[in-house]
Design a binder for this molecule. Structure first.
Ligand SMILES: Nc1ncnc2c1ncn2[C@@H]1O[C@H](COP(=O)(O)OP(=O)(O)OP(=O)(O)O)[C@@H](O)[C@H]1O
Ligand SMILES: [Mg+2]
Length: 172
């Protein structure tokens, strides 16, 4: 085996922080497969129930993981999800947490017409750095990187960070 397989990357963070915006561009430039777990769950109906209070589907994590396992074995995936503690740690060689300043995030979530409860809980998630903490608790802290998802310039910077990480990974 002379061919070096590609790593799998997790991109996580509060809803609206800018994960998809980054993943779409990264996948195109790195030639990785972008796996948006919210979209997969919806398309494949990996849903346990509908949470009326927060106006969102409740993910069937086991079904999602059964679906992802063979894809992860191949490598070269960028997995996107707004939570990260239930994936097997062994899947990912790097975890990037996209964060966004409160005022910008508020405007983005408002634009999505989220109900008050959902909007507040997502804002609190960002204010208390919930996903960053979750990532550092679920994976080795030295493979967890924070990226800003606020501006286009931030996205450019984040792309460079991920590309640099990938170059280093290939040299290992
Ligand atoms: N770096 C950025 N610069 C400018 N606008 C951005 C940036 N990142 C995201 N946006 C905008 O913010 C909105 C939310 O971004 P995005 O859909 O990427 O969030 P997300 O983290 O993927 O959310 P979800 O968890 O719901 O999938 C979109 O309208 C997007 O165009
Ligand atoms: Mg998204």
């Amino acid at each position: 085996m002379t061919e070096v397989s590609k790593p799998n990357i997790l991109v996580t963070g509060t809803p609206g922080a800018g994960k998809s915006y980054l993943c779409e561009r990264l996948a195109a430039q790195l030639k990785f497969t972008w796996l948006d777990c919210s979209k997969i769950a919806k398309d494949e109906e990996f849903v346990l129930e509908y949470d009326e209070e927060y106006d969102c589907p409740v993910l069937d994590e086991d079904k999602l993981m059964d679906h992802l396992e063979p894809l992860m074995a191949e490598g070269g995936n960028i997995v996107e999800y707004h939570s990260c503690d239930f994936f097997p740690e062994r899947w990912f060689q790097a975890v990037f947490v996209v964060t966004c300043p409160n005022t910008t995030l508020y405007d983005r979530l408002k634009a999505r017409n989220y109900n008050e409860k959902k909007l507040n809980s997502n804002m609190q998630c960002e204010i208390f750095c919930t996903i960053l903490d979750e990532a550092r608790e679920s994976y080795k802290p030295d493979i967890v990187y924070e990226l800003s998802g606020e501006t286009k310039a931030d996205a450019e910077k984040s792309m460079k960070t991920v590309k640099n990480w990938y170059s280093m990974w290939k040299r290992k």
